[in-house]
Design a protein around this ligand. Structure first.
Ligand code: SF4
Ligand code: SF4
Length: 182
């Protein structure tokens, strides 16, 4: 049986300087935060950055304002990126957010496809990654849908009258109740 990732020509990250971890703001959902928090044994507040939400209907309403949650950055990159002269690697590979696991793929007309305008140095072999990426993309979509419902419920209940730490507790408790949403 052929391995899914059988050589570096099929896996562009091997020869890349991880531009995706530097250029993008990594927005996270409830399951992403839960996995990182449990996996690293860290409080969500320690690795989250608050970004002013642009979409009033989707942003989280807390005392601190209308916000979205993203990963903190350090030196112009995700703070979980380790970068030396020889090494570029994600230090939270086992718990990294869904958007990181799925990049640069998307589903188009029911088929795996590569996003347009990707930062990767070469094209990806879609056939080789189909088996791995389609379940990731489905899971990620379900987790974002769950998160959208969770935020709407919170906003409706509290309308900005409770703090971010109360929202994070509400969010983590919901994920404990629904660890799998696919
Ligand atoms: S930009 Fe593409 S090739 Fe480079 S690390 Fe990110 S996903 Fe991998
Ligand atoms: S969590 Fe890992 S893969 Fe995602 S942006 Fe940070 S370093 Fe890159």
């Amino acid at each position: 049986m052929t391995s899914v990732i059988d050589n570096s020509t099929k896996f562009p990250c091997v020869s890349c300087h991880t531009d995706c971890c530097k250029e993008y703001t990594i927005f996270v959902n409830a399951h992403d935060v839960h996995r990182l928090s449990n996996g690293l044994n860290l409080k969500p507040e320690s690795f989250l950055e608050l970004i002013g939400a642009k979409d009033y209907s989707l942003g989280i309403k807390v005392e601190e304002g209308l916000i979205d949650l993203a990963l903190k950055q350090k030196n112009g990159a995700c703070e979980f990126l380790e970068e030396t002269d020889e090494v570029f690697r994600c230090t939270v590979n086992d718990f990294k957010p869904g958007v990181c696991r799925s990049y640069p793929f998307e589903m188009k007309d029911g088929k795996l496809s590569q996003m347009t305008d990707i930062m990767c140095p070469t094209d990806w072999n879609l056939d080789a990654f189909e088996k791995m990426m389609i379940p990731h993309l489905k899971e990620d979509k379900s987790e974002w849908e769950f998160y959208d419902r969770l935020v709407k419920e919170w906003n409706l209940k509290y309308d900005g009258k409770k703090s971010l730490s109360e929202f994070l507790k509400f969010m983590m408790d919901k994920v404990k109740l629904f660890p799998k949403v696919l």
